[in-house]
Design a protein around this ligand. Sequence first.
Ligand code: PMP
Length: 359
Amino acid sequence: DDGTTPRFRAALAAVPAYKAGRPPAVAEGLPAYKLSSNENPYPPLPSVHKVVADAVGEINRYPDPANAELAQTLAERFGVPASHIVVGNGSVTVAQQLVNATAGEGDEVVFAWRSFEAYPMLVLLAGATPVMVPLLADESHDLDAMAAAITERTRLVFVCNPNNPTGTVIHRAELERFLDRVPRHVVVVLDEAYREFIRDERVPDGVELYRERPNVVVLRTFSKAYGLAGLRVGFAIAHEAAADELRKTGMPFAVNRLAQVAAIASVGAEAELLERVEALVQERTRVLETLVGQGWTVFDSQANFVWLRLGERTGEFAAMCEAAGVTVRPFEGEGCRITIGETEANTIFLEQAARFMEK
Ligand code: PMP
């Protein structure tokens, strides 16, 4: 360093780049479906479209920095005080607020791996240390190992239920046993980005677990079941002390006007939106059953995606799907995550999966 180049924080050297799901390659005569980012394939409901279009006329004004109407709407929806709701610019930003509110230099954040790709990035950005606990052979959380990984330095634990990218879930008894083992001064985030896609009744609703535990924070998003990924809005449900700290780590006006009105309208149109979710869940069942019939080893997924463990052949499979007109999300050397999307897209993926099996 001769003093002529800008200096940046040394911690940034270890921060991996986020690998967003690629859009489909558009080629003549080829379908183009994106099954790489766990998005909702349905377009906005007309009622949601309308409130967003109406709000466009007011974008010369800042949005409500307190997200008061949305927080009140969510409070009523979940039966919690509005002071327990913290809204952010996508749940990934709320996750970052959680890390920044709890962990800094020398602190540890525990989570399973592989899990949501942003966790290690957020922890490293905060200057803290990620403690990544390998998943079990059935792709589920190893909660015993995670409990054992908690030290004096642990400030935060992420539990992703269902887990991205494997789709696996944690049942009530296991999760309660784990929460009972975590010291009360350690914050546990139950990341439930895919909550609405769960049909396994043994999976607890994080909101019920949070009610009796001041160190438990529930993270939810409007990006998946509610189909608002492009507007960026998510939220945490946390007890007042935690919620207050969390708000301090958020930026003013982080949640834009269009996102706020769309989210409020979406809660109002929930019944209609959940019918779409049900159709996606039925597609998930079709996809999983077809894969099993083709001879694949797949574990049940309770999210809007399925996971294929492909090891060295991950890139090959992703390329095959892309050549057929659907992009999936490869995790090099590990496997592919395939979002449940349009029926035709799912069928193209299944055709490629069958071809791959016969190779
Ligand atoms: N948590 C999990 C487990 C996710 O998979 C995602 C999206 N990939 C997020 C959080 C973030 O979603 P968003 O920022 O769109 O709310």
